[in-house]
Design a protein around this ligand. Structure first.
Ligand code: ADP
Ligand code: MG
Length: 261
């Protein structure tokens, strides 16, 4: 049977809040195909992280469910690598040991562990820093290390929650190119959350625009731009046209109805 790699089926999340209830996510249905790169953009508080955490198995939905390869998510698993805005590296471990960490837990043999770590460290361009500690690295390098670590564990799915949100604009653009380069050789299914419209369009094959209160899918925009995405693509009129369309979808959303929050 053919199914999506990730399927959100009527997913809702209600938080208990101050004796009442708060609907963070309304009723989200969305399929993400195998090896697809989907970006999710929307105003702060529209439930992006909540959705990602539910797919990661870190939170449970209060209604609906998420299926991975057709199977309901039970909890976190090695089939899904999660990358957050905060680097979440072990400060006392070198880049290499950080990248090897999950493999060690998974009892991967030492030589294989070494080889895999080496490969992904090279892929993200950190080979000269393999023995460095995180505190000696820039923010961009730390995030590259986190990406190498996620890849080394060989998950079919990468769930990325504003991974470049804390970086300066220039570093961010470099990491976007690097992530796409990695994705083109190591094709995985990616769900990438951002609140940056340009980033969403540059990376995604589709952009899911969310609206708030409750969090829901407002519009899904196909990004009809070829990969590899290059500077030429980024500066093209087609890119501008799609970016403008996503921009309007994000910023010209109707105000939420009174009394719904
Ligand atoms: P986003 O990532 O789009 O900024 P979140 O998914 O973090 O949004 O949050 C969606 C909404 O749910 C926000 O209004 C947030 O305050 C609320 N929320 C998130 N987590 C909790 C929680 N544990 N308890 C109560 N409210 C929460
Ligand atoms: Mg968030």
């Amino acid at each position: 049977m053919n199914h999506d790699k990730i399927e959100f089926r009527g997913v809702g999340k209600v938080f208990a809040l101050g004796g009442g209830e708060f609907a963070a996510v309304g009723d989200v249905s969305l399929g993400i195909a195998d090896r697809e790169f989907v970006t999710v953009v929307g105003p702060s508080g529209c439930g992006k992280s909540t959705l990602l955490n539910i797919a990661a198995g870190l939170e449970e939905p209060t209604s609906g469910r998420v299926l991975i390869d057709g199977e309901p998510v039970g909890g976190p698993g090695p089939d899904r690598g999660v990358i957050f805005q905060q680097y979440a590296l072990f400060p006392w471990l070198t880049v290499r040991k950080n990248v090897e960490f999950g493999l060690r837990l998974a009892k991967v043999a030492r030589d294989e562990r070494r080889a895999r770590a080496e490969r992904f460290i090279r892929l993200v361009g950190l080979e000269d820093f393999a023995d460095a500690l995180p505190k000696t690295l820039s923010g961009g390098m730390k995030q590259r290390c986190a990406i190498a670590r996620a890849y080394a564990a060989d998950p079919g799915i990468l769930l990325m929650d504003e991974p470049f949100g804390a970086l300066d604009a220039l570093t961010r653009v470099q990491l976007q190119d690097q992530l796409l380069a990695t994705w083109s050789t190591e094709r995985r299914t990616v769900m990438f959350i951002t609140h940056d419209v340009d980033e969403a369009v540059y990376l995604g094959g589709r952009v899911v625009v969310m609206a708030a209160r409750p969090g829901r899918v407002h519009e899904v925009v196909e990004v009809d731009l070829p990969y590899p995405r290059t500077e030429r693509v980024r500066l093209s009129p087609e890119f501008a046209r799609i970016r403008n369309r996503v921009w309007r979808a994000v910023y010209h959303q109707p105000a939420p109805a009174k009394g719904t929050s």
